[in-house]
Design a protein around this ligand. Sequence first.
Ligand SMILES: Nc1ncnc2c1ncn2[C@@H]1O[C@H](COP(=O)(O)OP(=O)(O)OP(=O)(O)O)[C@@H](O)[C@H]1O
Ligand SMILES: [Mg+2]
Length: 302
Amino acid sequence: MIVGFGALNLDKIYKVDKIPGRDEEGFVKSLEMHPGGSAANTIVGLARLGIKTGFIGKIGGDEEGRILLSNFEEEGVDTSAIIKSEGRSGTAMIFVDDEGHRAILVDPGVNDTIRFEEINLEAVEKARLIHLTSFICKNGIESFESQKKIAKTTKAEISFDPGMIYIEKGLKELEIIINNSAIFLPNRNEMESLMNLDFRDAAREIISMGCKVVAIKMGEKGCYVTDGKEEHEIQAFPSKAVDTTGAGDAFNAGFLYGYVKGFRLKDCGKLGNWIASKNIQKVGARTGLPQEEELREFWELR
Ligand SMILES: Nc1ncnc2c1ncn2[C@@H]1O[C@H](COP(=O)(O)OP(=O)(O)OP(=O)(O)O)[C@@H](O)[C@H]1O
Ligand SMILES: [Mg+2]
């Protein structure tokens, strides 16, 4: 089983007649809701590929929490480590006007408040891999501290996509997680700002800290993967990008699928690129995530 551990959000996309400024009024034309969160997107990607999955996260006792929970159930993700608490679930209110301009308000809600003692360790013990992504850390650092403790104590392997929020904490703060990770999954910009080095040298440094594999996402250029012995720059699949939201999360799903199935490093990177290329052809962070049967197409392409 692969278990995700990161923020859970319900994205509420409001189409509005205008984005109001201070003391102004605007009107909502429509509302769409999409479950999100980086680790959650990756876990749903893996579930669609037929991998047994679970999730460690926290929701509030509100309608948003019920939507997040039932969405995982629909996708076949084990929810026995989802903590239900008082308070608000994480949401992002996204206002989009007719010209496509956006204004976003993020409410971390209860996301940042996960204490280690609250985590259902029985569910965690079933994991062979635990995938960590960032918490916003606006309402506290308890969830981040719990991730460090999980990374230190679990016998499962760890994969870690820090995102810009964690990169900004600096290397010292992330060291314990990186030291205990098997797989590090930043994008190029994050990698270079964390290490203050060119991405190849930065990857070498991360490997010397004890990480087994580094996969760096490079947008339309594809990815760079290394385990310290081999290194590959793998071109992206040419595709018409309609919406790149969740491209990195989709890449992670493909890469981790390959990793747990024992693919060669290069094929893990290729599959990451392929799942991401599928995902960016559809609007939404999860809409284009393929089902297991569609992997046939990937094998035929190669
Ligand atoms: N224009 C594109 N054409 C083809 N593939 C793409 C394109 N943009 C992104 N990808 C694929 O998506 C992967 C992840 O994208 P990116 O490098 O932007 O990650 P990221 O910055 O972590 O994304 P996110 O904003 O989702 O966190 C890339 O490694 C590549 O495989
Ligand atoms: Mg990313």
